[in-house]
Design a protein around this ligand. Structure first.
Ligand code: PAF
Length: 262
């Protein structure tokens, strides 16, 4: 039976090998991360906390899907040992130091969502301090978030290994996300333009494809250097195309390594 833990005392009574931080509304993308976690250690704990610090838009926070009963079943089905479901009081008792995300926290996602990455790093650091895992697993779908978490771990010399899992896509290529529920059937069709664009052979074709559907409102489409998050140069070894935009006012992000396109 999976254990549901709510207090810091109950959490501290046991040792945890791997942490999979989530905001709940679990889906097959999260399950794939839990499966990856199981390869890293026996005792896998999944945290479920909708972190108010990373929402600049209070409506977005209010509308964030919640499905704890389903989350428990989905985490158990892929072998998680426990779910950590802290209250806001447990996570933020009042004296928590806010972590800055630096200059890379202010571009791309950070440009549209001020303070977002500082909120993410603050909650992740707090989870690391409470759970003290050997390994933590994050999805590649939030590529800038993954970059900033790795940067924080290096800068603060946190003794936790960061593992990343690939983006899970549905049959159409749409990246699986908790937000997809809010797209509706028509919105989902429009959102498919994202993966169609990302799989084009070159950047010009990607731009052309993305502008082919007026239902998709582009925020940014860029090729970056995976190792620095700077705009890629011709000589960049590991390039990645990143994209964000809105469909029916739902913000969607995605990314793909450059060079893997068909
Ligand atoms: O990727 C997410 O779901 C969240 O940003 C995270 C890492 C759980 C922090 O709240």
């Amino acid at each position: 039976m999976i254990e549901v833990i709510k207090s810091v005392d109950d959490l501290a009574r046991q040792k945890w090998d791997v942490l999979v931080p989530t905001m709940g509304a679990l889906h097959i993308g999260h399950q794939s991360l839990i499966k990856l976690a199981k390869k890293e250690g026996e005792r896998v704990i999944v945290s479920v906390f909708v972190n108010p610090l990373q929402f600049e838009n209070k409506e977005d926070l209010k509308n964030y899907p919640k499905s704890i009963d389903a989350d428990i079943k989905l985490a158990e089905a892929v072998g998680a040992s426990a779910l950590f479901i802290p209250s806001e009081q447990v996570m933020y008792p009042g004296n928590i130091e806010k972590i800055s995300a630096g200059s890379i926290g202010e571009i791309y996602e950070g440009a549209s969502r001020s303070e977002h990455f500082s909120g993410v790093l603050t909650v992740v650091k707090r989870l690391f301090d409470l759970v003290k895992p050997k390994v933590a697993v994050f999805g590649e779908k939030d590529f800038q978030q993954l970059f900033l978490i790795k940067q924080m771990v290096t800068q603060l010399k946190i003794p936790i290994k960061i593992i990343s899992g690939p983006t899970i896509r549905d049959k159409s290529g749409l990246a699986v996300s908790s937000r997809n529920i809010r797209l509706g059937e028509d919105g989902e069709k429009v959102a498919q333009v994202i993966s169609r664009a990302l799989t084009k052979e070159n950047f010009e074709q990607m731009k052309e494809e993305i502008s082919s559907d007026p239902g998709f409102k582009l925020d940014y489409l860029e090729v970056i250097d995976e190792n620095s998050f700077e705009k890629a140069k011709m000589s960049t070894q590991n390039k990645r195309v990143i994209i964000a935009g809105w469909v029916n006012q739902v913000r969607l992000i995605d990314n793909m390594p450059m060079g893997n396109q068909k």
